[in-house]
Design a protein around this ligand. Structure first.
Ligand code: GUE
Length: 280
C-alpha cells in the first residue's frame, strides 16, 4: 500500500496560527534578529522566508546584511550589541559563513538565552541532558511531524543517517528522549542498507540525492527526508527516492513541502519561548 504523505506545509500553517495566537497574548512583541553575510542565493531565499514567517506571526524581525568581505570582529561586535538589546529575544546567524569567519567563535558569541537555532555549546549540552529550553529546529520539526501523524518513537528502532551537529546528532537525542532505540549511520558505515532495513523510523540527513533507495527501506517504515539537495535540473530534492520508497513506507515526507517548512516553524517557536523567558 502506498504511504501516507506527511504534509509539512499544512502542519506548519497550523503551528503558525497557534504561535500567532500566543504572541498576541504577550505583553510585548517577541523580536528576532537575522544576520546574513555575503550573497549566497540560497541563504537570501531562506532569510526572506524567515522574515515573512515572523511577520505572519506578529514577531518583530530585523535583518542585518553584511558584505561578503566583512570581518569577524565586525560580526562579533554586532552580535554583542544584539545580545544587550531588550527588544531582541532571538539571534540567528545564517550559515554557511564566508571562509574568513571562525564559525565556532561566532556561534559561541551568541547569548545562549537568545540562541534560537540551538547551536551554542551550552544549549547543545542542555539538550544532551534533557534540560533544554530551545529546540534544535530541524530535528524538532521532525518530532512534531511524527507526533501529528501518531507515530510514537517509544520502543521503535529509529535509524538516523547523517551525523551533523545541526541535524543528525540532535535528531538522535530527541528520538532517544522519546524512548526510541537509536542507531546513527554515516559515510563510513559499511553496511548501510542492512541497518536502514531495520528501521521503523528512518531519518535521512546526508545531502546526497538518491542515497535512500526502496531496497534500503523496511516495509511499513516511516521515512523522513531532511535533505535539501538540488538535482541536475536545479530542482529541490531530498536523499530519498520518493517515488519508489512511497510504495513501501507507511509514512513519507516530501521535499519540498516536508521538513523544511517545519524547520522554519521551530525557529518561531523558539523565538516565542525566548520572549517568554525574557518576561514578555
Ligand atoms: N543559522 C541557520 N539556521 C538554519 O536553520 C539554517 C541555516 N543557518 N542555514 C541553511 C539551513 C537550511 N534551512 C532551511 C530551512 C527551511 C527550508 C524550507 O522551508 N524549504 C522549503 C522550500 C524552500 C525552497 O523552495 O527553496 C521546503 O522544503 O518546502 C529550507 C532550508 C535552514 N538552515
Amino acid at each position: 500500500m502506498a504511504a501516507t504523505i506527511i504534509d509539512g506545509k499544512a502542519l506548519a500553517a497550523k503551528c503558525k496560527a497557534r504561535i500567532k495566537e500566543e504572541v498576541e497574548h504577550l505583553s510585548k512583541r517577541p523580536g528576532l534578529a537575522v544576520i546574513i553575510v555575503g550573497d549566497n542565493p540560497a541563504s537570501r531565499i531562506y532569510v526572506n522566508h524567515k522574515k515573512k514567517d515572523c511577520a505572519e506571526c506578529g514577531i518583530y524581525s530585523e535583518e542585518y546584511a553584511l558584505p561578503e568581505c566583512a570581518r569577524q570582529e565586525e560580526l562579533l561586535e554586532l552580535i554583542d550589541l544584539l545580545n544587550g538589546r531588550e527588544d531582541i529575544d532571538g539571534i540567528l546567524v545564517q550559515l554557511p559563513l564566508p571562509a574568513q569567519f571562525d564559525e565556532k567563535a561566532v556561534l559561541n558569541a551568541i547569548d545562549p538565552g537568545k540562541d534560537v537555532d540551538c547551536f551554542h555549546p551550552y544549549n547543545v549540552g542542555q539538550l544532551m541532558i534533557g534540560e533544554h529550553t530551545f529546540l534544535p529546529c530541524t530535528p524538532a520539526g521532525v518530532m512534531a511531524m511524527l507526533d501529528e501523524y501518531g507515530i510514537d518513537p517509544a520502543g521503535k528502532h529509529a535509524v538516523v543517517v547523517g551525523r551533523s551537529n545541526i541535524v543528525g546528532k540532535p535528531q538522535a537525542m530527541l528520538l532517544l528522549q522519546r524512548h526510541a532505540t537509536v542507531t546513527i549511520c554515516h559515510s563510513r558505515t559499511p553496511n548501510l542498507a542492512e541497518i536502514t532495513r531495520q528501521a521503523d523510523i528512518l531519518v535521512a540527513a546526508v545531502g546526497k540525492t538518491g542515497l535512500i533507495t526502496a531496497d534500503m527501506v523496511n516495509e511499513g517504515a516511516a521515512v523522513i527526508d531532511v535533505a535539501m539537495n538540488r538535482n541536475e535540473e536545479g530542482k529541490l530534492c531530498g536523499d530519498v527516492d520518493f517515488e519508489a520508497v512511497k510504495e513501501k513506507a507507511s509514512f513519507i515526507t516530501p521535499v519540498p513541502g516536508g521538513v523544511g517548512p517545519m524547520t522554519r516553524v521551530m525557529l518561531l517557536e523558539n523565538t516565542l519561548t525566548a520572549a517568554k523567558v525574557h518576561g514578555k
